[in-house]
Design a protein around this ligand. Sequence first.
Ligand code: ATP
Length: 377
Amino acid sequence: MNTHLQITGLSKSFEPPEKVVDQVSFSVNRHEIFALLGPSGCGKTTTLRMIAGFEPQDEGEVILNDRILVKSASGKPEKNSTGRNNGKKRKIFIEPEDRGIGFVFQDYALFPHLSVLRNVMFGLKNVPKNKREVRAEEILCMMGLRAFMNRSPFELSGGQQQRVALARAIAPTPELILLDEPFSNLDAVLRQSTRDEIRGLLKKAGMTAVLVTHDQEEALSFADRIAVMNEGRIEQIGTPEEVYYRPRTRFVAQFLGTTNLITAEAIGASALTEFGRINLNRPATGRVTLSIRPEHLTLEKPNPRIDNHLGEVVSKEFKGHDITYRVRIKARECLVHTDNRIHFRPGDQVNVRPLETGVVLEEPDVAVASTAKEVAV
Ligand SMILES: Nc1ncnc2c1ncn2[C@@H]1O[C@H](COP(=O)(O)OP(=O)(O)OP(=O)(O)O)[C@@H](O)[C@H]1O
């Protein structure tokens, strides 16, 4: 893989010694869309602002396309031309405007008194004056905004304004685009369509991008890879499928969606649970906490010829395309999402059957976020 952005050991305290960003490291490949996902206050925006150069870091290094943008003086001493250690620790800080980074904010930040075309031209300070208009028109055409060129920002919908903001950021062909909660001011319907359009446009332009969001669904559908942040640290980096299906920690399991947390006795490749023996995603021994998503369980009529793991349906929530059941099994409750063809009623006896392996979580567990949805079994 071709690493385009490399972040190493980035840290920041506003009120020492409490770190709001604590040794954050990750790399983003060329043309990749990478998301920093986490609850409010976990340090996502501060990380993004340090990459952009709007916030000085306390420690760490940012390298973009083999160019050091930021380096703290606490690293190893520099070597001189003969390869000898010269004892000096050099600090590097490239100014934001010299980093080759485009930024798209939550509030679009368009100039209200300038037309769409002039807004995009504004981002082209480094292009000769006589070429700015042509370049701005080109980018607006590519982004399907040509018809709006002479309008003012207030004559556009929120989604259109956000596309103009992206056009302005992309026009100078930056090395990297940073997007800070760019869809959060849009209503639910517009948010989804704008998200799809902007993802398509970033891919079409071959951009490398880092998105900050607290919205799990947005990160899962928009990014190629996700770093899940909690209290200033990255807990897991992976593809959307990896972080959703194989969360490493309790926090990641809960933050990415509803899950059943189950304590079980593991014996190698499987563990004994209330649902009977369940295969594990990795071998383990002794007491473990497993994460099992509700859609990875199903309900069946008890079969007198097999060893059932009997539960009782406590409640049923019909949602059209699927159904959520709350089931009591051995004095505990779990959630089961089934498709809309599996019908039981509260009070029915059911067999709870796992459809997937249980995911063994790392211990010790980290604090549970307030936004997390948990059902302990
Ligand atoms: N300039 C500042 N001075 C003091 N504290 C700050 C400053 N900027 C951010 N913080 C604090 O740092 C922590 C992390 O903030 P940050 O904005 O990075 O979080 P976030 O994950 O992006 O949250 P949100 O999604 O709510 O924007 C928060 O506790 C915040 O109050």
